[in-house]
Design a protein around this ligand. Sequence first.
Ligand code: PEP
Ligand code: MG
Length: 543
Amino acid sequence: MQYFQGKSVYKGIVMGPVAVLKKNDYQVKRARIEDPEAEVKRVKEAVEVSKKQLGRLYDKAVREVGEASAAIFEVHQMMLEDEDYLESMENMIRTELVNAEYAAAATGDNFAEMFAAMDDEYMKARSADVKDISERLVRNLSGEGDNDLSSMEPSVIVADDLSPSETVQMDKAKNTCVCDCTWIYQFSYCDSCANDEYSGINRRPDGFKRSENRHDGRCRRVFQVRLSLSRRRMCGRKPEKRMQEEAEKQKLLEELKGKENITPDGRKINIYANIGSVGDLGYVMENDAGGIGLFRSEFLYLGRNDYPTEEEQFQAYKQAVQTMAGKKVIIRTLDIGADKQVEYFNLGKEENPALGYRAIRICLKQPEIFKAQLRALFRAAVYGNLSVMYPMITSTEEVEKIYAIVAEVEEELKAQEVQYKIPEQGIMIETPAAVMISDRLAEMVDFFSIGTNDLTQYTLAIDRQNEQLDDFYNPHHEAVLRMIRMVVENAHKCGKWAGICGELGADLTLTEQFVRMGVDELSVAPSMILKLRKIVREMKAEE
Ligand code: PEP
Ligand code: MG
């Protein structure tokens, strides 16, 4: 039996053939050729074919995930025009009399190694792009054509790494699960460990640990792909049965679409979705979210080599508010730093990045970056129900400084006669300092959204990135729950609303408690929306 372990990006149980996507297993043969010019011509033709394929991938990615994320394919096209890269292949063919496939593979390896050895983190990361491109060239030269994953059978995908070109090609509706692989323990959960809700850390009876990653709803999971019969018996109910039960539960949940999130006492709770890019909007609609409670705008800044322009940002925000057609869209301003490093920001090495130069601190120290984002947001606000929220707030002075910058931006937009609207402005409560002064902060802002991921990290002094500390990371800690209560009470005293957008908001074991505390909004991964709606509608009425 083969074992794989990986990080799952799918929450649930699936069965299906395992598709292991292997990288770098090309055995390109070196052959001596007689006619170097004919080989050079083949390289040139393969380059043109590759550029066309990348153009098609770019168009598909623009449709599915938006322009900013699609830009990587333009970078690949540009790399295929790089003179050093092209000359290196041609020289190798002419001087060593080698076949085009070999020249492409060897040049790709050399360039990839060269990038990998660079100090600059951004350039280092380009090593994978060069490999992706040279593999494409080799495939085209050897007549294999595009690595067409779009027609792949529904499968559990196991891959060390998925290149952007592979991810875009996959039919997301068909491929059930992607495991960023170290190992997968074959198939799905055994029954005894499969608490399928978000509830901290479980241990399997056989000692394998399943722990939540707590970020973007991802969790490391253990899959059993081909359980032997004895093993299935040992694990209790058959995985097939669990899948069937899950499908039945999901069918019941579907019936809640279009219904209100209303408690038996008649209190309405807003259940919104967390998203990381405009590409997620489809899931938001599909799961009948009442709005978007956390739009992590970082996606516009990641995976590129320069700041996104105001126009690019404006287009993405406008697309989000227009798609949501009047429903609330809360866009969080830039939260770069700590776990989200972007090379061109030149943040420098820090001893304690989570306690360092990140989020609103960058925006206040480099207002030109912040202003471009605010301009894009205020312009997009004209097109729908947009709200802005600021991350990592620790003081009232920071809010004052933000408002001073907002005023400058407004002046500029007015002077330039650009259409804009100053939207509702809230802050994330994700530091103990913000909790303790939430009475004063509530007077200054329109709403609070509690970021329990960071709030737990800073309250319990536990680095959320450090897997060794998983057993200590306890978002159910009484200190965290008391803080949430305090924040909600202080918001309400000022007539403001308070929600939760960290992972704890999706913890179904706490939903009733949050509603009784007075939490007004829960913003969660789209797949959790109907589950929360069910609890809210079915909870006991207060005595
Ligand atoms: C949080 O900290 O809870 C949060 C929602 O923000 P992020 O996870 O993006 O830091
Ligand atoms: Mg946070």
